[in-house]
Design a binder for this molecule. Structure first.
Ligand code: FES
Length: 140
């Protein structure tokens, strides 16, 4: 995916325990819920992609937000049937697009996306003071 927009990756295979009643996996329903907000997504400057498992299966439903030269975030415990979660993701992207390197403190993220963060990873060439160069060289 060669795109200058932020990319929201959605695990399509996450199970949320409602598969029997809905006939679809929670991850697929989350992707549909997010996709239905396409107007908001376009305004936020966002591309979507689906992923078949993001190795965080115990915290469904899972998404990540990333972009070249920006921090990558991973969030879990998203409810595909809760519109407030979808709205919080759109708000997150709007803030992410405005922040240098996409860096967002906990307080800068929508409240629904504070406690359920699973990871925050700096870009390879990050200028962030959070990243310390260790200059370690593997012994031969
Ligand atoms: S099935 Fe969604 S993270 Fe594994």
């Amino acid at each position: 995916m060669n795109d200058e927009r932020a990319v929201l990756s959605i695990c399509l295979t996450c199970r949320d325990g409602r598969e029997a009643e809905t006939g679809t996996r929670g991850g697929s329903r989350l992707a549909e819920a997010i996709h239905s907000q396409i107007g908001g997504l376009a305004k936020a400057g966002l591309a979507l992609r689906g992923v078949k498992c993001m190795s965080q299966c115990k915290r469904p439903c899972i998404v990540s937000l990333s972009q070249d030269d920006k921090f990558t975030y991973v969030f879990g415990d998203l409810d595909p049937d809760e519109p407030a979660h979808t709205e919080a993701l759109i708000e997150l992207v709007e803030r992410y697009n405005k922040a240098p390197e996409g860096f967002l403190e906990r307080r800068d993220r929508p409240e629904l996306l504070r406690a359920n963060i699973l990871g925050r990873f700096p870009p390879i060439r990050s200028a962030s003071p959070l990243v310390l160069r260790l200059d370690l060289v593997a012994a031969e």
